[in-house]
Each structure stands twice: as C-alpha cells, then as structure tokens.
Design a protein around this ligand. Structure first.
Ligand SMILES: C[S@@+](CC[C@H](N)C(=O)[O-])C[C@H]1O[C@@H](n2cnc3c(N)ncnc32)[C@H](O)[C@@H]1O
Length: 267
C-alpha cells in the first residue's frame, strides 16, 4: 500500500485503546507463517516492528520466537503492548516509544516488519532506513488487512451512513473489492521498488471470515483514522442499519509482502 500523502492523523489511534485492542483482530498465524517462511528468520532473531498498536502482529512474532523491538509512539497503545507477552511465547519483547524516523538502531535486524502502519511513514525515509538497518540477508515484511462486511447489501447501507457523516474513507464498495485491493497493493509494491532501496520478492492476499458482534463492529469502524465523531457514528449505525441484528460477518483480506534490501547486494 502506498504511503499516505497526509500524515496528520497518524497518532490518533490511541483515543480508545481498549476498543482498539478488542476490535482490531490479530493477524492470522497462517499469514505470519507464510511471510516468515519466505525469509531467513530463525527463533531468537532480532525483529523490529514499526507502529505495533496493541500487538496485532506482535503476538505471532513472539510465538514464533522472535526477539521483538516494537516502536509505538502512542503512549496508551505502548502501555497495552507491555502486557501482551503470553505464557508459551518463545520470544522477547522490548517496547520503545520512538517514531521510526527518530529511532536509532543499536544494531541491524533480521526482519523489519510493519502491520497496518508503514503507509504512515514518510516514504522518503521508510524504505531507505529499513534497508539500512537490515542484516545482509534481512527482509522487510509489510502486512496490512482490509475488512469489509460479507453481506454486500448491509455494507451498502453502512456506506450511506458513513457518507452522510462525511467519513468517506470508511466506504467499502462490495463490488469487486478483492480486485480493488489488488490494484491498491500493486501500487504500493511499485512505490517500494521505485524507492530504489527494496525489491518485492513475494506477496499474498487471502480472505478469511470472522464473526463480530454489532458492538465490536462499531468499535472496529471507530478505530480507523477518519472516524473522529465516534458517538455520532455509533448512534447512526445502531439506529438506522444495525438495530435488528446481533452480529455481522466480516471478510478480512490479509496481505503480506516480503522484500529484500538492495542496498548492500545491488548498489
Ligand atoms: C493503524 S495503526 C496499526 C497498529 C497495529 N500494528 C495494527 O495492525 O492494528 C498505525 C500505528 O502506526 C503508528 N505510527 C504512526 N506513525 C509512526 C511512526 N512515524 N513511527 C512509528 N510508528 C508510527 C501509530 O502510533 C499506530 O499505532
């Protein structure tokens, strides 16, 4: 996914950290394993995660045995991250509140990873700095996910509510959504390659289905950067669209892209 042209909203995600933690689902083990299997990662390796939120990707990295340094500049989210280490996790967790731009890497990393966050970093910095701090065989692994209601008619009704509230970037066109994402993600890979610092090696886009309660779904919408008027959004959705249903089915398209640095090998 290409970098956002405006980065004004990049630190708004801490408004309601418990809603964020509840609603933003963890990445699936299969997608994370798919990405790790296309790298030289071994348990105990050092991994830098940029913009970890409340650990949507971090949990799987720890379970895989990574020694993860996470960068999370929003204090409320970083506080939640401190708690995510679970019994049975093989890896180690170190939480830093630096931005990626300000972070001074003490060493190089086997992996630099980011989930739903790399597009918030200035692309004039993100690719070059990632390439610079990777080990010789290191990999940049970029993850995003994109939820849409499985019921196209319900999604259209939600679209009309969010449009009325001026929250146009919450609109999801159910027609050909997978194809829309393919184009968006292909533009992102072009941006990465045009930086001259990384080369995309492999990528995957997989849909999976999840059941959400209506409250969780409203929480999910409100975690997106544009959804500023949370009260109004919840009220409108409950009163006009979701009043006669207790739950919704969501299709979440998970994307992972594995890239190598061409800093040391090519230039
Ligand atoms: C949409 S959230 C993604 C959080 C989590 N990884 C997830 O998948 O839900 C974007 C995250 O990027 C972080 N972020 C934004 N700009 C950043 C920067 N310059 N350096 C490091 N993190 C940044 C924000 O604090 C936020 O936690």
């Amino acid at each position: 996914m290409k970098a956002n042209t405006s980065r004004r909203s990049r630190f708004v995600f801490g408004r309601n950290p418990s809603a964020y933690e509840r609603a933003r689902m963890p990445f699936s083990r299969s997608t994370v394993q798919w990405a790790l299997s296309r790298t030289f990662f071994r348990p105990g390796d050092k991994v830098l995660e940029i913009g970890a939120g409340t650990g949507q990707l971090t949990g799987e990295l720890l379970a895989a045995g990574a020694n993860v340094t996470v960068l999370e500049p929003i204090d409320t989210l970083a506080d939640s991250l401190q708690r995510i280490h679970k019994e049975g996790d093989a890896g180690e967790l170190n939480v830093s509140r630096d931005t990626f731009e300000d972070f001074v890497a003490p060493d190089t990393f086997a992996l630099v990873v980011a989930a739903n966050s790399f597009h918030w970093i200035d692309p004039a910095i993100s690719y070059q700095k990632s390439a610079d701090i990777l080990d010789k065989d290191g990999r940049l692994c970029l993850f995003w996910y994109f939820p849409i209601l499985a019921d196209a008619e319900l999604q259209r009704r939600v679209n009309s509510v969010v449009r009325t509230l001026g929250l146009d970037d919450l609109v999801r066109d159910p027609v050909g959504y997978g194809g829309t994402l393919q184009s968006l993600l292909s533009e992102g890979r072009d941006e990465a390659e045009e930086s001259g610092y990384v080369r995309c090696l492999d990528w995957v886009l997989e849909p999976r289905r999840l059941s959400y309660s209506v409250a969780e779904y409203c929480d999910l919408l409100t975690t997106y950067a544009s959804a500023k008027d949370l009260t109004e959004l919840r009220k409108s959705l409950f009163s006009s669209v979701l009043h006669d249903t207790s739950g919704v089915e969501i299709v979440i398209y998970e994307y992972a892209c594995v890239a190598e640095s061409i800093n040391r090998s090519g230039r």
